[in-house]
Design a protein around this ligand. Structure first.
Ligand code: DC
Length: 242
C-alpha cells in the first residue's frame, strides 16, 4: 500500500482532524525509525492515547535483571510476569511507567536494558503475558500503538497500520543524539547495537519484526517529523474516515 501525495491541508500537522469513528492505529518498525516521536505526535494530533509497547518489554527485562533472572530464562520469566503489574500513568512530566507501583520510566532507557528486552521479547511466556496486557490497553480504541508486531500479531484487525523505517546510519544517529550526556557509547557502537537488535528482533520464531501485508510503509530517512505526520494524517483522512 502506498501513500497518495497531497490532499491534506497545508499548515501545521497538529491542526489535524477528528476521525468520526474511533480508530486503533499501529506503528511498527525497527529501532530508531522514529516510532516514539511520531507515535506521540500522531496520538496528540488525534487526541488519542499513545502506547509504547517496547517500554513493556523493557520493563520485564528491567524487573528480571533486578531479580537476578536471566532475560532468556523462560520459566523464571513466567513466574516474574505472574507477579508483575505494569501500568502507564499520565502526569505533567509525560507518560510514566510503573512496575508494581515503582516508577521505572527513566531506568529502562539504557543500552543494557534494550539488549535484555530484545532477549526477553523472544521468550514465549513474556510474549503471552504482554499480548494480554496490550489487548486490554486497546479495547476502547482511540489509541496509537507502537512496537514490532502490533499490526501483525497483537492487532491484526487494526484500522490503520504503518510500518516506519529509516536507513541504518540515520537510525543510529537518532538514537545516539537521544542518549543522555555523557554518551554511554560511540555512534559506531550504537550502529552495531541496532544491527544486533534488528537481527534478533526480525529472525526470532515468535512475532518477529515485519510489516503487515496491509501496512503503509514510510521511509523517514529524508523526511522531517512534520512530513511523516502529514503523510500519516493524509492517509488516515483519506482511508479511515467513516
Ligand atoms: O522499541 P524499543 O527499542 O523500546 O523495544 C525494546 C525491545 O522490545 C526490542 O528490541 C524488541 C522488543 N519489542 C518486541 O518484541 N515487540 C514489541 N511490540 C515492542 C518491542
Amino acid at each position: 500500500m502506498s501513500i497518495r501525495k497531497g490532499g491534506f491541508p497545508p499548515g501545521p500537522p497538529e491542526k489535524g482532524f477528528c476521525p468520526s469513528k474511533p480508530l486503533l492505529i499501529t506503528i511498527d518498525g525497527p529501532a530508531g525509525a522514529g516510532k516514539t516521536t511520531i507515535g506521540k505526535r500522531l496520538a496528540a494530533c488525534l487526541k488519542y492515547r499513545y502506547v509504547d509497547t517496547g517500554a513493556l518489554y523493557r520493563a520485564v527485562a528491567h524487573e528480571a535483571l533486578r531479580a537476578g533472572i536471566a532475560p532468556d530464562d523462560d520459566p523464571k520469566l513466567r513466574e516474574l510476569c505472574d507477579g508483575l503489574n505494569l501500568k502507564f500513568e499520565e502526569d505533567p512530566m509525560g507518560i510514566r511507567l510503573l512496575a508494581n507501583g515503582r516508577d521505572i520510566t527513566d531506568a529502562i532507557r539504557t543500552p543494557e536494558i534494550a539488549m535484555a528486552a530484545s532477549k526477553a521479547s523472544a521468550q514465549p511466556s513474556v510474549r503471552e503475558h504482554l499480548l494480554n496486557v496490550q489487548r486490554k490497553l486497546g479495547k476502547d480504541r482511540c489509541v496509537v500503538f507502537e512496537g514490532r508486531d502490533m499490526g501483525t500479531v497483537v492487532f491484526p484487525d487494526a484500522d490503520v497500520k504503518f510500518f516506519l523505517d529509516a536507513e541504518l546510519r540515520v537510525r543510529a544517529q537518532r538514537r545516539f543524539h537521544e542518549m543522555k550526556h555523557p554518551p554511554q557509547m560511540t555512534l559506531d557502537e550504537m550502529e552495531k547495537e541496532i544491527v544486533c537488535r534488528d537481527q534478533a528482533d526480525s529472525t526470532r520464531m515468535l512475532a518477529p519484526l515485519k510489516a503487515a501485508p496491509d501496512a503503509v510503509r514510510i521511509d523517514s530517512s529524508r523526511l522531517s517529523e512534520d512530513e511523516v505526520i502529514r503523510r500519516m494524517l493524509d492517509y488516515i483522512h483519506r482511508n479511515a474516515r467513516t
